[in-house]
Design a protein around this ligand. Sequence first.
Ligand SMILES: Cc1ncc(COP(=O)(O)O)c(C=O)c1O
Length: 342
Amino acid sequence: MDRIHPREPARLSLANLPTRVHPLRTGDDLGVPLFIKRDDHTGGELSGNKVRKLEYLMAEAVAAGATHVLTCGGEQSNHARATAFAAARLGLRSVLVLRCDDPAHPPAATGNILLDELAGAELVWITRLAWRDRTRLLAEHAERIRAAGGRPYVIPEGGSNALGSWGYLRAAHELAVDLADVPRPCTVIYACGSGGTAAGLVLGGKLLDFAGRGIRLTTVNVCDDRAYFVAAILAICADAEARWQLGANVTEADLDILDGYVGAGYARSRPEELATLLALGRRDGVVLDPVYTGKAFHALVTELGRDGGRFGASVMFLHTGGIFGTFASPELSSALAARVSS
Ligand SMILES: Cc1ncc(COP(=O)(O)O)c(C=O)c1O
């Protein structure tokens, strides 16, 4: 797909696009045609939804002559890992500011952390309290790099800003093609962690008249709440509007945020969520991660269990990645062990 908009910013090709779509047998059990879009297959080590955003963010970093890319996230951040690999691939250094329980005893190098280290990232561990100050901390580390003669480029949490949102504005164009022949109305469901994926999809959906075509976008927040994400998503959309005059005019009425599935909290799993995750692995051979896609898919299954027509005539689950987080989930390991022994 060539340029998607006359004012589309520069982009580097980092992801394997377009991502594949296929049906899920689980849809037969739920009584609705169910499809999955494999954004978990945008790459290998450089995979998941973040790669789409990084195509634009890294293009700006390279154009600015950056030597270092800095970003932040939770200890098993998929975004931080993807940023570390994108940087390494482009010959840049990366600094990842990661939150954990006790920076004096950082978590074991498993899952995404192991990969961060393989990509040669510098890891800076901070407390959950210090996380509130992450913007200032990133600026301080950027200053340290500048003082040593480097050129830092700072990417916010999740790559979720106006520039990063172009990744999913572009993905909306892919979805319009993917959904050409599926029964309408169709709902696209996906996880929301920092709001950038949602902002890009909603912008793209407005510009492509998804509503008029019978395509709905529903996002499941895996942390915080609806009010938090309404503000976060609208702020990104407003910034994009101010920078590129897209004419999308996104308002709160355009946002469908399915709240109520945060469960035990961010990155904490409930047995029923893990059961949904395990069931999809067995029924369809698709691995969900416990932090994002597992919760979003559990929301989908639960809502359809209550009302089979809840999402219209068909459903598209957007798999946003996160597989490496499964290797670092003690709850998932325990759930699997319990299954084996029962
Ligand atoms: C696997 C996965 N899915 C979904 C999300 C949520 O995307 P966003 O941060 O754009 O809301 C993230 C990151 O936060 C993620 O790592």
